[in-house]
Design a protein around this ligand. Structure first.
Ligand code: ADE
Ligand code: ZN
Length: 350
């Protein structure tokens, strides 16, 4: 693993959307660390662990990244994650993402991890969280990137397994800010996880959940009412229910939207049909994120640029999205204010 710290992107040509986006300090709030495993690193880690991947080359892996829905993707994503065994693997995975994030002017990250994907293969919870946490500590010290970790329960498994995972997390309590819910949405409503979220909240974790990516608006409502989430991950299908939209606006519930993910997983037909602009116009508290960038063809800046170009977003809207990313984060108000002041200084220079 290279230990070279790359330079931040220069602020560049002020007439260029990509340069403007690159110059914006921003937070990423919807990022699965297992979804940042680039094929090159997947092969390198699999080779040192003596694991055979079901692909013969990096090109073959990339060619397999054609999905017609969430489940298609998840099958490949869990197969890729099976290369990860040792603490160093989780460190390298996380450090590689953080170096990329640094080059994109990401100043704060809230990272999802899926412990059950690993403990189900016999990898200890401690191995996973130790590797990820060490990289996050190094990013704070060496790259100036702050972070929070969010433990996601796999919703295709049962609540008993989620409760066991919460128990396994307790010795690591101070490393984990929140709990989330991910994996196959349809047929696995948030209400299935009522008790584990109740216990997690009682233990001081904040709650978030994927909802309304493929599932109906009722799942967004359940995430709010039963899981008492502070943010909704995706939330696209909330748009089908005007009363729900009004509630999300009124309560200022952030939505962590992932445009390129939505295209790759056929949640939208095309980037030009993405509802982000409509969400902004409705007054929803939206942020732009990359979800699983190694699989979906872009990190956070590529997501901003894709929606800016396809939906005609101007600089004011792009800056608002970056401002929202800090405001919707789990950072303290003081830390948010510092980062937003920096953001405002950058936008004034352009
Ligand atoms: N796990 C990783 N990415 C996901 C997504 N977009 N939806 C649900 N679960 C996921
Ligand atoms: Zn996600």
């Amino acid at each position: 693993m290279s230990d070279v710290i790359p330079a931040r992107s220069p602020s560049g040509d002020s007439n260029n959307i990509a340069a403007f986006v690159a110059a914006l300090p921003k937070a990423e709030l919807h990022l699965h660390i297992e979804g940042t495993l680039e094929p090159e690193l997947m092969f390198a880690i699999a080779a040192r662990n003596g694991i055979r991947l079901p692909y013969s080359s990096v090109e073959e892996v990339r060619a397999a990244y054609r999905f017609s829905n969430l489940q298609d993707f998840l099958d490949i994503y869990y197969a890729g994650a099976s290369a990860l065994l040792e603490m160093q693997d989780f460190y390298d995975l996380t450090w590689a993402y953080l170096q990329r994030a640094f080059t994109q002017n990401v100043r704060h990250v809230e990272i999802f991890f899926d412990p059950q994907t690993h403990t189900g293969r016999g990898v200890a919870f401690a191995t996973v969280i130790d590797g990820i946490s060490r990289a996050l500590d190094d990013a704070e010290a060496r790259l100036g990137i702050s972070s929070r970790l969010i433990l996601c329960f796999l919703r295709h498994l049962d609540e008993t397994a989620a409760l066991q995972t919460l128990d396994a997390a307790m010795p690591w309590r101070e490393h984990i800010a929140g709990v989330g819910l991910d994996s196959s949405e349809r047929g696995n409503p948030p209400g299935k996880f009522r008790e584990v979220f109740r216990r997690a909240r009682a233990a001081g974790f904040v709650a978030v959940a994927h909802a309304g990516e493929e599932g109906p608006p009722e799942y967004v409502r359940e995430a709010l009412d039963i899981l008492e989430v502070v943010r909704i991950d995706h939330g696209n299908n909330a748009l089908e229910d005007a009363d729900l939209v009004a509630e999300l606006v009124q309560k200022r519930i952030p939505l962590t939207v992932c445009p390129l993910s939505n295209v790759k997983l056929c949640v939208v037909d095309d980037i030009s049909a993405h509802p982000l602009k409509q969400m902004l116009d409705l007054g929803l508290f939206v942020t732009v994120n990359s979800d699983d960038p190694a699989y979906f063809g872009g990190y956070v800046n590529e997501n901003y640029v894709a929606v800016a170009e396809a939906l005609g977003l101007g600089r004011e809207e792009l800056a608002q999205l970056a401002r929202n990313s800090f405001q919707a984060s789990l950072l303290s108000q003081a830390a948010k204010s510092v980062l937003i002041a920096e953001l405002d200084a950058v936008t004034h220079r352009f």
